[in-house]
Design a binder for this molecule. Structure first.
Ligand code: THG
Length: 270
């Protein structure tokens, strides 16, 4: 599974501060640490200042690319900011994200097609996040019709069925899994992704919920996720799940990570 490192996100207080103060060292450090921890992509979100978003994104991108060559996942709903950011990247990025919203499709799909990007598509329309599997699948059909019309291959599309917190709807996990199952049947070539930690928002001991969700969604075919790669327990859960699912040839990833100290090795010996 491909890890999309989540930490460079301007909605986080410490990152917002670093952006405002142009604290390059803080951002570069986050980029290095997430790349070292095995991120295939780094999510870049400049936060919630629409007027400054393009400038902030380019500043973030320049600083990340000064220290790592991991490709980027440009996290913005703003077509103008994305059009500027896309010119600043060294490697073809993932655009995060489109949705069923016509404005977003019209503004962002031409960019995705022109630059040959991958794109994350949220299973939601203009406003509310649909509460049922059926309604989410309906949105996915709309989005897939638009991506195909724009000439984007299905294998460049990452469907995000939307992980919503279980604390306000106990069915959130099963709606996610069921949406994945139905979409996978209709579009076998698309990828899947999720903002993993949303699932546990508002609950105590969140990391257990995140790990259970990751394990179950991996078994159901999740092949990428936006998560904290510096969470060692989460990475250990990921390595163990992929091992059990037969996706780790000669157990190399698992044993290498063990030797690198990703697991709580002391507990293992007790
Ligand atoms: N789907 C897609 N993109 C997304 C999301 C999604 N992008 C944003 C978000 N959701 C995923 N990214 C993050 C980034 C950081 C944190 C959570 C999700 C995070 N949260 C801390 C927490 O949860 O405790 C609190 C903030 C902090 O540390 O300051 O760090 O669903 N396509």
């Amino acid at each position: 599974m491909e890890i999309i490192g989540e930490k460079i996100n301007g909605t986080r207080k410490r990152v917002a501060q670093a952006i405002a103060e142009r604290d390059a060292g803080f951002i570069r450090d986050l980029a290095c640490k997430q790349a070292e921890a095995g991120s295939a992509w780094l999510d870049v979100n400049a936060g919630t200042h629409p007027k400054q978003e393009a400038d902030d994104l380019v500043w973030l991108i320049d600083n990340i690319q000064a220290v790592v060559d991991t490709p980027l996942c440009l996290d913005s709903a703003n077509p103008e900011a994305l059009a500027v950011a896309i010119k600043a990247v060294n490697k073809t990025p993932i655009i995060n994200s489109i949705s069923g919203e016509p404005q977003r499709l019209e503004g962002i799909l031409p960019l995705v097609a022109e630059y040959g990007c991958r794109v994350i598509a949220l299973a939601m329309g203009e406003k509310k996040i649909p509460g049922t599997t059926e309604a989410r699948v309906t949105v996915v059909h709309t989005v897939m019709e638009a991506t195909r019309l724009a000439g984007i291959p299905d294998e460049h599309v990452y469907i995000d069925p939307l992980a919503m917190t279980i604390s306000t709807n106990t069915q959130s996990g099963s709606i996610f899994l069921e949406t994945m199952r139905v979409v996978r049947e209709a579009y076998p070539k698309v990828h899947f992704t999720a903002g993993l930690s949303n699932i546990s928002f508002g609950l105590p001991a969140r990391s257990y919920v995140n790990r259970a969700f990751l394990t179950l969604t991996l078994a159901a075919g999740l092949d990428s996720a936006i998560l904290d790669p510096l969470d060692r327990d989460l990475r250990a859960a990921l390595l163990a799940a992929e091992l059990v699912l037969g996706r780790d040839r000669h157990c190399l990833n698992y044993t290498r990570a063990y030797r690198a100290g990703v697991f709580d090795n002391a507990k293992d010996k007790a």
